[in-house]
Write a protein that binds this ligand. Structure first.
Ligand code: SAM
Length: 246
């Protein structure tokens, strides 16, 4: 049963809805995390997350992900009781993910210090870690099989967590934009896609944004593999959803 629009507009009812969703999740027993939440809890969470997403898009029109891409990620998050959710690249969507995943853990990795400060100011409660990429975009072909060079140092707590859902929307992979804006090549997303493939738990959901671009597409094909592709959303760009099976 879906909440009616009147209820969705009430802050109190909304909170109750979210609480119910988490309560149902807590009541479920052991087994695969994905199947832990009851069907009704999953449905409530999907609806609630999408409501939050629409509100966030209204509040932060700068969010670059399209609403249908956000919805796809919301659906994956709703399948877990308390998801471990990691995002490569902070942005105006940071408050949205932090809010959606209040019951779980949400971690952001950001390499651009000025951008890090800006987003930290926007969402002080967010768990954002500064990271360093040692790649530059133009190395993408020579690095494709050099796994050691694609590794980036991350905090031990991040390395030790089996991530249920990962979104790769960073670091900057826009070559022309970066050259024009900063006068330097961007790091490219070679390392973040590689790290996502290693840090996701077995059966985890990985979303790769901007797969209309060569680097994202080629590295996703190489490290996440077409056999694991669940869905591809085409809009302003292409988002791919993979589910790993090791
Ligand atoms: C594409 S943005 C993240 C977008 C976010 N997921 C969204 O939907 O709004 C990812 C990376 O772009 C870089 N970046 C730097 N300056 C930026 C700017 N002015 N606008 C957007 N991204 C910027 C950041 O380093 C960030 O990690």
């Amino acid at each position: 049963m879906l909440p009616d629009r009147g209820k969705m507009n009430s802050r109190w009812e909304g909170k109750t809805t979210l609480k119910k969703a988490h309560m149902f999740c807590k009541d479920t027993k052991t087994g695969n995390e994905r199947n832990m939440a009851g069907k009704s809890a999953v449905l409530w969470k999907k609806v609630w997350f999408k409501y939050l997403a629409v509100r966030a898009k209204q509040k932060y029109p700068e969010i670059q992900l399209q609403i249908k891409e956000v919805f796809l990620i919301c659906n994956a998050l709703a399948n877990y009781a308390k998801p471990n959710f990691m995002i490569f690249g902070a942005g105006y969507d940071t408050p949205l993910w932090t809010m959606c995943n209040r019951g779980g853990r949400t971690v952001f990795l950001e390499d651009d210090r000025a951008w890090y400060e800006k987003i930290k100011g926007l969402c002080p409660g967010a768990e954002i870690y500064p990271v360093n990429y040692h790649t530059v975009y133009s190395q993408w072909e020579e690095l494709i099989d050099r796994e050691e060079e694609l590794q980036i140092p991350l905090p031990p707590a991040v390395m030790a967590t089996p991530w249920d859902v990962i979104l790769v929307d960073g670091p900057c992979g826009a070559y022309a934009w970066s050259l024009q804006q900063y006068g330097v090549e961007p790091p490219g997303r070679m390392a973040s896609i590689f790290m996502a493939s290693r840090l996701a738990r077995n059966g985890g959901d990985i979303f790769i944004h901007d797969c209309d671009r060569t680097v994202e597409r080629v590295y996703a094909d190489r490290y996440l593999q077409t056999a694991h592709l669940q869905k591809e959303i085409r809009g302003r760009t292409i988002m791919r959803h993979y589910r790993l099976a090791r």
